[in-house]
Design a protein around this ligand. Structure first.
Ligand SMILES: Cc1cc2nc3c(=O)[nH]c(=O)nc-3n(C[C@H](O)[C@H](O)[C@H](O)COP(=O)(O)OP(=O)(O)OC[C@H]3O[C@@H](n4cnc5c(N)ncnc54)[C@H](O)[C@@H]3O)c2cc1C
Ligand SMILES: NC(=O)c1ccc[n+]([C@@H]2O[C@H](COP(=O)([O-])OP(=O)(O)OC[C@H]3O[C@@H](n4cnc5c(N)ncnc54)[C@H](O)[C@@H]3O)[C@@H](O)[C@H]2O)c1
Length: 467
């Protein structure tokens, strides 16, 4: 059995851990590959954040005629050349993934890469089976970092596996743009993909189990978004999926609706029903690691697992499943490997996120329903885009910023924005929460450029009914 200083499982956020500070460590990376090319570099780069957002921007541009109509401008969309769009995006991403793999294989004398699926065979012991040669390598290490992420969850639905379906791992590389798509699920991936494909001209049907899309979000956002989505896509709420079958080129989805069975047909079925951690693939329990009920590896704030010398980060251990969280945790792990007597902790207090659908959504902190459940005293304010000058310019009629604050201290508890540039507009609110800036000081003690969009935030802050 080969023994090294450090083994890192997973080349997504784990890739960033090793730099020149580890030059006197012998390091082995283990990576099985993601997506249809078994690419190096993890989910975000290959099948997640990066290609989806490159597609979202393209979708926004394709959607311009619809937006322009409200302003009295007559544009038309002549064509969305899917192969060209797809190849432009992956023509940029694939070489980055391949370059990253090559660098890990040969770029540093102390670091090597074994490609294949890693599994624990005991505490701090692993094997990796080479995907091409089936060669088995047994390894042990002083320190192990698990950054093995997750994969799409596929529900157990009769006929689904046999009928052929896509997940986010494959749908962005479709050969042709379909004419129709059924999307199962109503979370982040479902609504981002619905925006992408509908804007490119695909007839999209979204199937949700519950009565709302994005129902984990603040209730006002979820309610308003669901209403808007119903005007853009065919949205079927409160539907359970009974079975799936295939009829030639078409996939058929049978649903339980309140008035009996409903049948949908489409060229493509996209399953977007969450992601599961890859702790089963690495046989984490054999490595002595404690798991949560949902299969996530249990870690403390230093990213230490319950097994000494084993650390975990990102989607395999985090409830957040966000790249900026995984990156932050990777920085914690790198520091703690190098400074075992001066451990640092990951700050998970104010984790923001954005949903890149139409309209855009961004959030940080407590939702109103969480504040109620937790019995936290709060006040709220809501400022509509329609009430600020730039909102008039855009003729926005649906967007808003909603804030929650402590009525006594004026400190922000949560911020939820739906509308143009929401992921950018929320950043000063994240900063205020992180650094303890109260709403009144934030609103009054700085200039806000007139008539720019951040006036939305200024007005929402000023409208908070503080003591
Ligand atoms: C469609 C989509 C869009 C997204 N958009 C966003 C976004 O806009 N913003 C955002 O913040 N987050 C987004 N995310 C989430 C984000 O991609 C993840 O939170 C992040 O990539 C997790 O990083 P990670 O390092 O934990 O895991 P990953 O990047 O998944 O890396 C894990 C790696 O481990 C490898 N691996 C797994 N098991 C083994 C094994 N047994 N042996 C060897 N290797 C193994 C995998 O092949 C993979 O390369 C999106 C996700 C998806 C799916
Ligand atoms: N912009 C971003 O930051 C971004 C974008 C995409 C994905 N992500 C990350 O990826 C994760 C996975 O995304 P996702 O959309 O797959 O998950 P999600 O948790 O956001 O949504 C899953 C959806 O599937 C539904 N569902 C679950 N099981 C079902 C079943 N058996 N039948 C029908 N519906 C079912 C749920 O009710 C929910 O609506 C997200 O949690 C998010 O953290 C982030």
């Amino acid at each position: 059995m080969r023994h090294v200083d450090l083994v890192i499982i997973g080349s997504g956020s784990g890739n960033a851990i090793v730099d020149e500070r580890f030059d006197d460590w012998e390091v082995v990376y283990l990576e099985k590959g993601v997506g249809s090319r078994d690419s190096y570099g993890g989910t975000c780069l290959n099948v997640g954040c990066i290609p989806t957002k490159m597609l979202v921007h393209t979708a926004d541009v394709a959607g311009a005629p619809v937006e322009a109509r409200r302003l009295g401008v007559d544009l038309s969309l002549n064509d969305a050349d899917w192969p060209r769009i797809r190849d432009r995006i992956f023509g940029r991403i694939d070489p980055i993934a391949d370059g990253g793999q090559k660098y890990r294989q040969t770029g540093r004398p102390n670091t090597s890469l074994l490609t294949g699926t890693a599994r624990f065979t005991g505490p701090k012991q692993l094997t990796v089976i080479d995907a091409e040669t089936d060669e088995v390598t047994a390894l042990s290490a002083d320190q192990i970092v698990i950054a093995a992420g997750g994969r799409p969850a596929v529900p157990d639905v009769p006929g689904l596996a046999e009928s052929g379906f896509h997940t986010s791992d494959s749908v962005m590389r479709l050969e042709q743009l379909p004419t129709s798509m059924v999307i199962l699920g109503s979370g982040f991936i479902a609504v981002e993909m619905a925006h992408i494909f509908a804007s490119l001209g695909v007839k999209v049907t979204v199937v949700a189990r519950s009565g709302q899309l994005l129902r984990q979000l603040d209730r006002d956002v979820a309610r308003q978004f669901t209403e808007i989505a119903g005007g853009r896509w065919d949205v079927r709420l409160n539907r359970a999926i009974r079975r799936v079958d295939r009829d030639g080129d078409r996939v058929r989805v049978f649903l339980d609706a309140h008035d009996g069975e409903e049948r949908l047909e489409a060229d493509v079925l996209l399953v977007a029903t969450g992601r599961v951690p890859n702790s089963d693939l690495i046989e984490a329990e054999v490595g002595g690691l404690e798991l949560t009920g949902g299969g996530r590896i249990v870690v403390d704030e230093t990213q230490a697992t319950t097994a000494p010398g084993v650390w975990a980060l990102g989607d395999i251990s985090s409830p957040h499943q966000l790249k900026h969280v995984a990156n932050r945790e990777a920085r914690t792990v790198a520091h703690n490997l190098l400074h075992p007597k001066d451990l640092i902790r990951t700050d998970h207090r104010y984790v923001p996120y954005a949903v890149f659908t139409e309209p855009r959504i961004a959030s940080v902190g407590l939702t109103e329903q969480q504040a109620e459940v937790d019995g936290i005293e709060y006040v709220t304010s809501t400022q509509e885009y329609a009430g600020i000058a730039y909102g008039w310019a855009m003729e926005d009629t649906t967007g808003f910023a909603k804030l929650l604050a402590d009525p006594n201290t004026g400190l922000l508890l949560g911020a939820h924005i739906m509308g143009p540039e929401a992921p950018t507009l929320i950043q000063p609110l994240i900063q205020a929460m992180q650094f303890g800036l109260d709403a009144r000081t934030m609103a009054r003690d700085q200039y806000w450029i007139h008539p720019a969009m951040p006036e939305l935030i200024e007005n929402a802050l000023l409208a908070l009914p503080l003591a």
